[in-house]
Design a protein around this ligand. Structure first.
Ligand code: CMC
Length: 388
């Protein structure tokens, strides 16, 4: 559609799409999504392959370098991350001052932003500097979360163990005991599945911010703010709240039908891009079932399954299927995460993707500055205050 834009200029090519639906705003070599076929690939590798064979750290290397690492490169990358697990003392001191009743998403957003305060060159956007800062954020965000949780529950901090991978070390710092290999692997798989996902809202936010040649701390702080929303990463907590509201498996059908009748959204369903089953949900469904069986939480899995069946009859024809957040709720619960750490866990995984997009944006930057279709009045006379 041709449209008049601010300043009176005419853009013959300008198209209007509310919410930028269907608009291609940049190009990327990082992740590919076919929403009709339910395909997701990172650097061309199907997500199921990575979830089955890779680790979170290796997946981040893949996205940051455009290829899988050789064994020595992965060992070096792992060592670089592990060396930086613990928090800088100023950040730890700040964390101890945070209100204990603060929500973890607000805590992690604040602490990531604060990392810019103690960086001697916070605005350096050359590639080596950005990679260095990205590794620091990747390594420290799990520690921020684990320490914040222990701070609010009055428990002493458990220092990181550099012999452990990122997911395993996080659960160790959170609980004060080494997790079973099944739990550590399950969390690692969740992080792989959450690492990147095209130009989703938070990734777009990060790219918009860095496109002003701002800094990585500002870009990732903004992205965390975006991810928190219930229409984006916040939906995984919404799913758990919903599962807790449904007393029994038998009550699921009436609960969902009642919500649909009121035109309420069912959390964990639907997607702007997928009109087929989200491939991440396919993987998480299997994982959730296995963990639910292992931990005596089959009621949660069965309730989820019942909700999915009702939705399949009611709305699948509209292309609404479970998304990544639906079965991740049961998965995180079975891993033993408190409900309000579900979305922060998404942050930990997505730092890998946001950083990759920041690197990609800086390599071929163009300021994001869309036009707007002005609908207001023109030429209005200024009314003095005593005559209004
Ligand atoms: N439950 C019931 N109906 C739905 C749902 C849902 N979860 N999602 C979409 N619909 C219906 C919606 O009511 C509309 O119906 P109609 O055409 O009859 O009015 C139709 O499907 C299109 O919905 P929309 O809201 O215009 O579609 P969208 O592209 O803006 O929505 C969405 C995408 C994710 C915001 C939406 O599906 C939603 O709100 N889902 C629930 C929240 C959620 O699970 N978010 C996580 C998204 S995946 C992870 C991530 O990227 O963060």
């Amino acid at each position: 559609m041709t449209t008049a834009v601010a300043g009176g200029r005419k853009h013959e090519m300008a198209t209007y799409s509310k919410g930028l639906e269907g608009v291609i705003a940049t190009d990327t070599k990082l992740s590919f999504i076919d929403g009709e076929k339910g395909v997701l690939e990172y650097i061309g590798i199907p997500i199921g392959e990575l979830a089955s064979h890779s680790t979170f750290e290796e997946t981040v290397y893949l996205l940051w370098n455009g290829r899988l690492p050789k064994a020595n490169e992965l060992a070096e990358f792992n060592a670089t991350i592990r060396k930086q697990y613990d928090l800088p003392p100023q950040i730890e001191a700040m964390l101890k001052q945070l209100p204990k009743d603060a929500q973890p998403m607000h805590a992690i957003r604040t602490l990531v932003s604060a990392m810019g305060l103690i960086d001697q060159k916070p605005n350096a956007n050359d590639l080596p500097s950005i990679r260095e800062k990205a590794v620091k954020l990747l390594a420290t965000t799990p520690t921020m979360l684990a320490y914040f949780h222990r701070h609010r529950s009055g428990q002493p901090f458990v220092r990181p163990d550099a012999s452990l991978g990122l997911a395993e070390n996080f659960l160790y710092m959170l609980n004060g005991a080494k997790p079973t290999s099944t739990m550590a692997k399950a969390l690692d798989v969740c992080l792989v599945l959450h690492t990147d996902h095209g130009l989703n809202n938070s990734t777009f936010t990060a790219r918009v911010i860095i496109s002003t040649l701002s800094d990585i701390y500002s870009a990732i702080t903004g992205a965390i703010g975006s991810l928190r929303g219930p229409l984006h990463g916040g939906a995984n907590e919404g799913v758990m709240v919903m599962l807790n509201q449904i007393p029994t498996v038998a009550a699921a059908e009436a609960f969902v039908n009642d919500k649909l009748a009121k035109k309420d959204k069912i959390m964990g369903f639907g997607h702007r891009v997928y009109k087929a089953y989200d491939p991440r949900a396919t993987h998480l469904k299997v994982l959730a079932k296995q963990l639910a069986q292992d931990t005596g939480n089959m009621d949660l899995y069965d309730k989820s399954s019942a909700i999915e069946q009702v939705m399949a009859t009611a709305v699948a024809a509209k292309g609404i299927y479970p998304n990544v957040d639906f079965y991740s709720a049961t998965t995180y619960h079975c891993i033993g995460l408190p409900l309000d750490l579900f979305t922060p866990m998404f942050v930990v995984g997505r730092i890998g993707g946001w950083s990759a997009h920041i690197i990609e944006q800086l390599a071929d930057n163009r300021l994001f500055r869309p036009d707007v279709d002005y609908k207001g009045p023109h030429g209005v006379a200024y009314t003095p205050i005593d005559r209004r």
